[in-house]
Design a protein around this ligand. Structure first.
Ligand SMILES: [Zn+2]
Length: 130
């Protein structure tokens, strides 16, 4: 009775995941340039999209750098999770809830590609009902 996503659907997921990974790489590149450089050149040359989104209320320079490091750590965790999601596609267990073995809805997977539980199981898990 185990349902699975079709190869075509998995290809779509894979493409979406790879896109997210590229976004992260580009983001982290920007951040690293901000950390390593004096900041002057970067700020002058590029629109401050990264700063305005993530660091709208950045005060001092050191404050800004601190946030950059935090962001990088968070992004790299997410990046690792995306890698795991790709592995799961390879292994054929992508999109399958590890608890009830039901299919995790497509929208959720596009939102959270590394999700391993369906919403129902995740909620129960949170409440320690399992
Ligand atoms: Zn489930």
């Amino acid at each position: 009775m185990s349902k699975k996503y079709t190869k075509t659907q998995l290809k779509k997921f894979r493409a979406a995941i790879l896109e997210k990974m590229e976004d992260i790489v580009a983001d982290v590149d920007d951040i690293q340039r901000g950390i390593n450089g004096t900041g002057e050149a970067t700020r002058g040359a590029s629109p401050d999209s990264v700063y305005s989104v993530h660091m709208a209320d950045a005060g001092t320079d050191s404050h800004e750098k601190e946030k950059n490091y935090l962001l990088m750590n968070r992004e790299s965790d997410y990046y690792k999770n995306l890698h795991i999601a790709l592995d799961r596609i390879e292994n054929g267990d992508f999109g399958i809830c590890v608890i009830c073995e039901g299919l995790i809805p497509e929208e959720r997977l596009f939102e959270v590609p590394n999700a391993t539980k369906c919403v129902g199981c995740k909620e129960k898990d949170k409440l320690n009902l399992l």
